[in-house]
Design a protein around this ligand. Structure first.
Ligand code: ADP
Ligand code: MG
Length: 227
């Protein structure tokens, strides 16, 4: 438990540092964008490749801006609109949004949602974001034609448990220890902010999230919420 505490503190420190940096980057980024607009007005149109370079600067500034927005959203405490409702309904909604993707990649869906589960206090929009992040990660980890996505909900004492399991590439022990850290990504185009966001949303619901994984076998995320 000591180790977990140290880990939790480390993560919350990382979050604080990330938020501070994000705020500090935003102002100079705004100044840069404004200065660029000025410069654009003043540079004669026949300057070679000017438009190209302007568009590169603009695109990259926007990318930084988006990253910062994502970063801030990933770790700031959520102001939730909680409504008591079935978790299964929110799961169905999120799964519906990835059905096309599953079909397109020839992946199987094995969904076993226990009926008549007690309601959970949920912010459906936020939970949808969290579940979508997990589902998309799972799909991206699996091979087309071989992927099996398993989703199961059950009750355990006074908690509802939701499992999202894939038979994708899995994660090494070392990667597992960084899984929820901001900016940890194994993808060339990833931000590494998805699971930070997911963890933040789940914790805001007084829930917990754990991951188990085996390289080459797959990964299971287990979420648990108080009823
Ligand atoms: P991103 O998807 O932008 O990379 P995430 O925070 O969502 O960021 O995930 C971080 C990393 O964790 C991913 O890049 C991937 O390497 C790994 N990961 C997440 N979910 C899974 C999964 N279901 N199976 C294998 N690896 C995963
Ligand atoms: Mg992701």
């Amino acid at each position: 438990a000591d180790k977990e505490l140290v880990q939790a503190e480390k993560l919350s420190m990382t979050g604080k540092i990330a938020r501070t940096i994000a705020h500090e980057v935003r102002n100079p980024l705004t100044n840069l964008t404004l200065a660029l607009e000025q410069l654009k007005d003043e540079v004669p149109e026949d300057v070679e490749d000017a438009a190209l370079y302007f568009s590169i600067i603009k695109r990259n500034s926007e990318r930084i801006g988006q990253l910062i927005t994502d970063l801030l959203n990933s770790s700031k405490p959520k102001d939730l609109k909680l409504v008591r409702q079935p978790l299964n309904g929110v799961v169905d909604q999120a799964v519906a949004l990835v059905k096309d993707r599953l079909k397109l990649q020839n992946m199987q869906l094995d969904q076993v949602l226990q009926s008549d589960l007690p309601d959970v206090a949920l912010d459906a929009d936020q939970m949808n974001i969290a579940l979508l992040n997990l589902l998309i990660n799972a799909i991206e980890a699996m091979k087309p034609g071989e992927g099996i996505l398993k989703i199961a909900s059950t009750q355990e004492d006074d908690r509802i448990r939701l499992q999202i399991a894939d038979n994708g590439k899995g994660l090494s022990k070392e990667d597992m220890s960084k899984l929820f850290e901001p900016f940890f990504t194994g993808k060339t185009e990833g931000t590494g902010l998805g699971l930070t966001t997911v963890q933040n949303i789940v914790r805001s619901h007084k829930g917990s999230i754990e991951a188990e994984s085996e390289v080459g076998q797959g990964t299971v995320f287990t979420l648990s919420f108080p009823v």
